[in-house]
Design a protein around this ligand. Structure first.
Ligand SMILES: [Zn+2]
Length: 72
């Protein structure tokens, strides 16, 4: 009897852990979908999400080439 109770509790703990993990993943996916800060490339002026921009000397660039040629 005690063994079954233990198994039921174990299943409940696993269930709650999976549920919590799923909620965390869903929250992360939602945060990825929320509109991000947009920045303009310091060279060609194209707008892109901040996380995809290359940063060089405090300015943002659309690609590594634009960042490099700006400093060169
Ligand atoms: Zn650019």
């Amino acid at each position: 009897m005690g063994k079954w109770l233990f198994l039921v509790l174990l299943a409940l703990v696993v269930y709650l852990a999976v549920k919590a993990a799923r909620r965390k993943v869903r929250a992360k996916v939602r945060s990825l979908r929320t509109p991000e800060d947009m920045v303009a490339c310091g060279r060609c002026g194209v707008n892109l999400p901040k996380s995809e921009a290359f940063q060089s000397q405090g300015r943002y660039f659309c690609c590594k080439d634009h960042g490099d040629s700006e400093t060169a």
